[in-house]
Ligand binder design. Structure first.
Ligand code: PAF
Length: 282
């Protein structure tokens, strides 16, 4: 089936679906689809009458020294995989079509965007929030699906939907992992063989932290220093941040309680990987 390229055509199609009372599931992606995206598409297909997958490498969410130009792009493959996983429509606008000449609006989610990924990648979440708001407008989803791997992004999208009173529900589905636990990500393809092996340490460190919490440790500093020690074993690894935070506010806790998120961002050589685990502290 053909990919829809024009926002206006996409908007007409989604309006028709909405007028027919169809439940529309949206899976926003930047393409280079992997099992993580496909599990979102399958999840969407099981809960909706029509599934729209968007494929758009969003220039607004990349910093000047990031990998926008070399981000993997293969629309024919993404289209084929999306449909095999249950998508009805693939919407892949050009940057020109989504941000026509004169475009200057930005959506800014405030405090939740400031820490962690927001601090390491200034402007990133403004770009994400802006494009996601446009995609919601154009595709009119009943349900939208995001992966837990980008946990801070998922919280920001939830906040945005609440604050702007958008009539849709945000679903956050579990992170898809490789057999050794590495979170699936389009950027894993950049890793060399040796780096790929070292990358498995992220999940091992997260699991070790979770085990310490389950064993009764409540002092985040203790847990974080153990995580750092573990990750430093990998010769190409450099920690950007490791944190244990309140899972709703992303604020650090002096003593762990309630639901917490263990967040990790690590450079392996020149590739930056993120991952997280949620833990209920009893
Ligand atoms: O998670 C992503 O792939 C992107 O940030 C998203 C949500 C598609 C917005 O460009």
């Amino acid at each position: 089936m053909k990919v829809i390229r024009s926002p206006r055509q996409m908007s007409e199609v989604s309006l028709r679906l909405a007028q027919q009372g169809k439940l529309i599931g949206l899976v926003p992606t930047m393409g280079a689809l992997h099992e993580g995206h496909l599990s979102l598409i399958r999840g969407a297909a099981s809960q909706n009458d029509a599934v729209i997958v968007t494929v758009f490498v969003n220039p607004l969410q990349f910093g000047p020294r990031e990998d926008f130009a070399r981000y993997p792009r293969n629309l024919a493959r993404d289209n084929r995989l999306s449909r095999a996983a249950g998508a009805d429509i693939v919407f892949a606008p050009s940057a020109r079509a989504l941000y026509p000449s004169g475009f200057q609006t930005r959506v800014d989610v405030g405090r939740l965007s400031e820490r962690w990924e927001g601090r390491s990648r200034p402007g990133h979440f403004r770009g994400v929030a802006t494009v996601v708001t446009i995609l919601f407008q154009v595709t009119r989803p009943t349900n939208a699906y995001f992966g837990q791997k980008d946990y801070q992004q998922a919280l920001i999208v939830r906040r945005l939907v609440r604050d702007l009173q958008l009539p849709l529900k945000v679903h956050v589905l579990p992170t898809a992992r490789e057999p050794d636990g590495l979170a699936m990500s389009s950027r894993n393809a950049y890793l060399t063989g040796a780096q790929r092996e070292q990358a498995a340490l992220l999940y091992r460190a997260l699991r070790a932290a979770r085990a310490r919490i389950h064993a009764g440790e409540r002092r985040p500093r203790r847990i974080l220093s153990q995580m750092r020690r573990l990750i430093r074993q990998a010769q190409d690894a450099r920690i950007d941040y490791a944190a244990i935070v309140d899972a709703r506010t992303l604020e650090p806790q002096p003593r762990l309680h309630g639901r917490v998120a263990i967040l990790l961002a690590v450079w392996i050589g020149r590739i930056r990987l993120i991952d997280n685990l949620l833990v209920d502290v009893s």
